[in-house]
Design a protein around this ligand. Sequence first.
Ligand code: R2B
Ligand code: URA
Length: 289
Amino acid sequence: MKINSQLNQIKENYSFHFGIALSDENLKKFAGITHVIMQGSTTRAKVLAQKLASEILNIDSTFFDPINIINSADFAVYRIGNVLSVSHGMGNTTIDTVLHTLTKILHYSGNNQIEYIRVGTSGGIGIKPGTVVISKQSFMPDLSPFYETNELDKLINIPTKFNQELVNKIYSAQPNNLPFDIIIGNSIAADDFYLGQCRYDGAMQCRENEEWRKEFFSKIRALDIYNFEMESSALAAFCHQAEIPATMIAVTLLNRLEGDQVTSTTEQLAEFSDHSQRVIINYIKSITN
Ligand code: R2B
Ligand code: URA
């Protein structure tokens, strides 16, 4: 892990976004971590913590309620063995704040070798809903392989390639009889769910028509892009700079060639969410057993 060297001269006693003192007692809770699994919602982070506890630590989840080790209305962090199950909210800007906050704490706690994996949901392009995509590379909406962000008025570009070795390890850890499709491909991180992904069902009307959108969708498939979501470029860029192996495992909730609305039932959505969580559990089990 490569961290800002200026941190050595800055004394920090409190994590504002996680609402915890950076005391020895709290830092100990973050020591010895090997994997950080990130999902959008606090509920999904807790569900994964329960599943990991039962599948990796053999804890009967009927009698176990994971403890959130931070104190924030926006985010949650659960620890299961050497794995953290973390929520990151929605969008590149939100996950960026979580990445800085968490990585500093992990650094102060003496961690050095950690993998970061986002386990998310996405909108598929031309693939069956429920398919899981492991990302090799994240693209900006303009199809550049760099996260473009601003340091005040200075535009900066950071590469958005994920760690290929980690991608292959996760893929190889899956059994042949997975009851859903899994592919390795590329992803686009859009600026939002509606106009950013050219949806016609937003409160504001898109400028572009269906013909233009169809052409764009065929163009991105030629770049091996299979899904839209909203956090992968910030994650890839952050981890590229920090030299943290990272990727994203995202299930597709719909096929954008067939519509804009997510029409699945609550049960189907829970099942889809279980697909991407199953993939990460298989991987974690393969390296812990
Ligand atoms: C996937 O789903 C969310 C939008 O509904 C967003 O956080 C993402 O990347
Ligand atoms: N998340 C997204 O960002 N887009 C979708 O279409 C579905 C989930």
